[in-house]
Design a protein around this ligand. Sequence first.
Ligand code: COA
Length: 342
Amino acid sequence: MSVTIKPATGAQYSRIHGVGGYRPTRVIPNSEVLNWIDSSDEWIRTRSGIAERRWAGPEETVAEMSVQAAGKAVAMSGIRPEQIGAVIVATVSHLKQTPAIATEIAQRLGCGTAPAFDISAACAGFGYGLSLADGMVRGGSAEYVLVIGVERLSDLTDVTDRSTAFIFGDGAGAAIVGPSEAPGIGKVIWGSDGSQADVISQTQAWDTAFAKPDAVNGAGDETKWPALRMEGQTVFRWAVYDMAKVAEQALEAAGITADQLGAFIPHQANMRIIDAMVKKLDLPPSVPVARDIAETGNTSAASIPLAMERMLERGEAKSGDLALIIGFGAGLVYAAAVVTLP
Ligand SMILES: CC(C)(COP(=O)(O)OP(=O)(O)OC[C@H]1O[C@@H](n2cnc3c(N)ncnc32)[C@H](O)[C@@H]1OP(=O)(O)O)[C@@H](O)C(=O)NCCC(=O)NCCS
């Protein structure tokens, strides 16, 4: 007698039910950055669009910022934390390798025994998490999924490096993905290009930054704290040319045209990249564009949910609008999709 396994069955469609963000209290204006590098407020504003960024204090840990952001997303979605069936944390700046920070966050939020894990997809981390969450909700492995993008990039910033010291910021953004009666998340166009792995990366792996203790001869070499380095112009070109094509694919896969969008929420990497993408996509001026980078800097995995929350808060976009999101960064990795705003 042949037996068949009963497969998991999920919802027909998924959508984002709630979004929330946490911004650290300490504001770092460009004037403070000028204490570290030879630059000017005008140069930083014209080359990156950044006026200020937020840096986390000692109490604003990766877990603490995540719990604050997730609490807001849970409240907006109207569900109870115990209904969350999985917690995904996208981050590249949780500095403790094991265990994943997601389990502590799930426990502090009251998510019971929900599976909880971290993913490393840099500035595409939120989009990667969204793709996983969408698949989990529709595949039946979780009813609601909490996706968090969180970074303390200040911990990995070399304040003497002129090409990165002014760019990075800290913060957390979160979204609840769950079942929906109508499609609320279009096909996520995601991918990677490992041939460009060196374009944005940590200067050293932890095992070379901190020489392993030598049992015979005592301590190893001098320690060198790793930082993020990038080839700015290579990233710039890739973002403008290749990522606009990925954004177009996401629109096409969702069957949406640019004029039907209620918002464009690209990764907040650089204002000039955002402007160039708007031009390449031929977005009508009526589509509001997220420009949170001016006040928040580049917060990698946190940047899209933070910008989404801010646009909704400020009434620049409204619940039910269609938004095109696209994240891209170290890996190189990318993820784009059309979503219905919560
Ligand atoms: C980082 C970035 C702003 C630098 O701008 P750029 O125009 O490429 O700058 P360059 O490195 O070519 O340097 C241009 C000039 O500015 C100078 N410069 C570099 N950093 C500077 C700084 N912080 N302040 C003032 N001048 C600076 C250089 O010395 C150079 O001067 P020169 O022309 O006299 O030699 C830009 O490359 C960028 O935005 N890249 C994308 C980065 C990004 O978005 N990363 C995140 C991806 S997730």
